[in-house]
Design a protein around this ligand. Structure first.
Ligand SMILES: *Cc1c(COP(=O)(O)O)cnc(C)c1O
Length: 380
């Protein structure tokens, strides 16, 4: 049978001939203790010490000034875009090769995603594609940078660090600075990933992480907005907590806010998970090194971190020779209960984004046909 060696290798690595998932969470630290704490204190919901602690921990880890805990990464992106100034009718530059949440968060704000190509090496938004688009279509006006053709404001750029591999951030920031367009990093997949020694998520005006169940660390559901602009962070906290003006008993809300705060119960879980982040990263890097050595013998490309970056190896992936080869790989591995999954279908194939602008998408379409995720869990 095809890819028998690969299946065997993965089963050996995970010491299992049963179903091997792509990414299962591991709870072997203070999870139970902290969650029980919230039950005992009765602060399970919207206030509580773990929310504050999780924000402190994430500001530390991401090397940013301010972190705001939210219900999930998608909601975090939605608010981060608002904080960056995205308004109804605007355009927001992003990649088509991403999880749907990136485009949805743009759409929820009444803005239109503009889909630009990714780089082959990072699999994330290409600074050159962004630059080419802006040189051709953009015009600086009094009120900001506009798309000359659509007459819409281009109010943000959202690069996404695919599977934890950082995009070319220096170039990305350079291009966006030139055109005065704020960068909001979709860092949902890149907790523990660094670019030139600095943590992802802290390069843009804002960054957003996700703690969904399949991510590197999980709070069940949850996310975190981070920023080096302390004032923006404070507004972010206000916006995600119904915009209530603090008062011992009066209810007064000074703008349209959202109930997007992370419950304390979930925050307790993420605090315990974040304590183990470094051990998880080391554990995954070991697996990545083993995969790297193995796939060399198989004529299959194992995707690795680039020079000057440190990837978290959240979801590890291989690149097959062709769509046909990819399909055989997917069939054989899943048949053997070794879970593998193709990278996402490009956003402009989805009904709600078919009408959106896209550039040539040479790299995105190439990767769409060839990239497959393989089991990547922390091994206990
Ligand atoms: C996981 C993820 C999100 C946010 O997901 P939530 O489930 O809402 O926390 C956003 N963007 C990308 C690229 C993701 O992978």
């Amino acid at each position: 049978m095809a890819f028998q060696d690969t299946i065997q290798f993965i089963q050996d690595k995970f010491k299992s001939k049963d179903f091997i998932p792509l990414h299962a969470p591991v709870f072997r630290g203070n999870e139970r203790k902290y969650v029980m704490d919230t039950l005992d204190s009765s602060f399970v919901s919207s206030v509580g010490a773990y929310v504050d602690l999780s924000e402190k921990m994430m500001a530390d880890i991401s090397q940013t000034k301010k972190a705001v805990a939210v219900v999930n990464g998608t909601a975090g992106l939605q608010i981060a875009l608002q904080l960056a100034g995205v308004q109804k009718g605007d355009e927001v530059l992003t990649q088509a090769l991403t999880f749907v949440a990136t485009a949805n968060a743009i759409h929820y704000n009444g803005a239109e995603p503009v889909f630009l190509d990714v780089d082959y090496d990072t699999m994330g938004l290409s600074p050159k594609a962004v630059s080419d688009f802006l040189e051709e279509f953009a015009e600086k006006r009094e009120a900001g940078t506009y798309n000359k053709r659509t007459n819409k404001k281009i109010s943000a750029c959202v690069p996404m660090h695919t599977f934890g591999f950082p995009v070319h951030l220096d170039k990305m920031l350079e291009v966006c600075e030139k055109w005065n367009i704020p960068v909001v990093e979709d860092a949902a997949e890149s907790l523990g990933s660094y670019y030139k020694g600095k943590h992802t998520g802290g390069f843009g005006q804002l960054g957003v992480f996700s703690f969904n169940g399949n991510k590197l660390v999980t709070s069940g559901g949850g996310g975190m907005i981070v920023s080096n602009d302390n004032d923006l962070g404070i507004v972010g906290k206000h916006l995600t907590t119904t915009a209530k003006v603090p008062h011992p008993y009066e209810f007064y809300h000074d703008r349209l806010g959202y109930n997007f705060r992370m419950p304390n119960l979930n925050a307790a879980l993420i605090c315990a998970q974040l304590e183990q982040l470094n051990s998880f990263l080391t554990n995954k890097r070991q697996l990545a090194n083993d995969y790297k050595a193995f796939f060399k013998t198989q004529r299959i490309i194992f995707r690795q971190e680039l020079e000057n970056t440190k990837a978290n190896y959240w979801l590890m992936c291989v690149e097959l020779d062709s769509l046909e080869e990819r399909n055989v790989f997917l069939e054989a591995t899943n048949e053997a209960k070794t879970m593998t999954r193709p990278i996402w279908q490009l956003m402009y194939r989805l009904p709600m984004y078919q009408h959106c602008f896209k550039d040539e998408q040479k790299n995105a379409e190439y990767l769409e046909e060839r990239i497959v995720n393989i089991p990547s869990s922390v091994r206990v």
